[in-house]
Design a protein around this ligand. Structure first.
Ligand SMILES: O=C(O)C(=O)C[C@]1(C(=O)O)C=C[C@@H](O)C=C1
Length: 121
């Protein structure tokens, strides 16, 4: 029968790279750190979402909400950051493609519910 891993047991495998420095004594400690980071990530995503919402005020139509050139700039920027920070670039790229798709869908909804501002003569 398949079983979820023990959370408080000793390691069952080791990396062959002699330079690898372990971070945690057990899986529970690993998960506490992942949970701590997830709380920070979701807080930051909430803040990011508030700025994306504000962006809708400056856009004329659905194409401008989508802003494909800016999307590409964001992807290129986070891939470069991932390399610099030692993150997995393919994970960061996939995460951002999913995030931006979700943010655009929300921004399109917000944009539909807005009214145009009178332009001063
Ligand atoms: O920069 C913008 O214009 C935004 O609305 C933000 C954002 C993003 O999530 O980064 C969202 C939608 C656009 O496709 C481009 C970028």
């Amino acid at each position: 029968m398949q079983k979820e891993p023990e959370t408080h047991g000793a390691p069952l495998r080791r990396f062959t790279d002699p330079a690898y420095v372990p971070l945690c004594a057990n899986l529970a400690e690993v998960r506490e750190n992942i949970d701590r980071l997830d709380r920070q990530i979701v807080t930051l995503l909430a803040e990011r979402g508030r700025y994306v919402k504000d962006a809708a005020r400056f856009k004329r139509d659905a194409f401008q909400v989508s802003a494909p050139q800016r999307q590409q700039e964001v992807i290129d920027k986070v891939k470069a950051l991932a390399e610099k920070e030692g993150a997995y670039p393919e994970v960061v790229e996939a995460a951002y493609r999913a995030l931006i798709a979700g943010f655009i869908a929300r921004e399109q909804q917000d944009h539909l519910g807005m009214v145009g501002v009178e332009v001063q003569p």
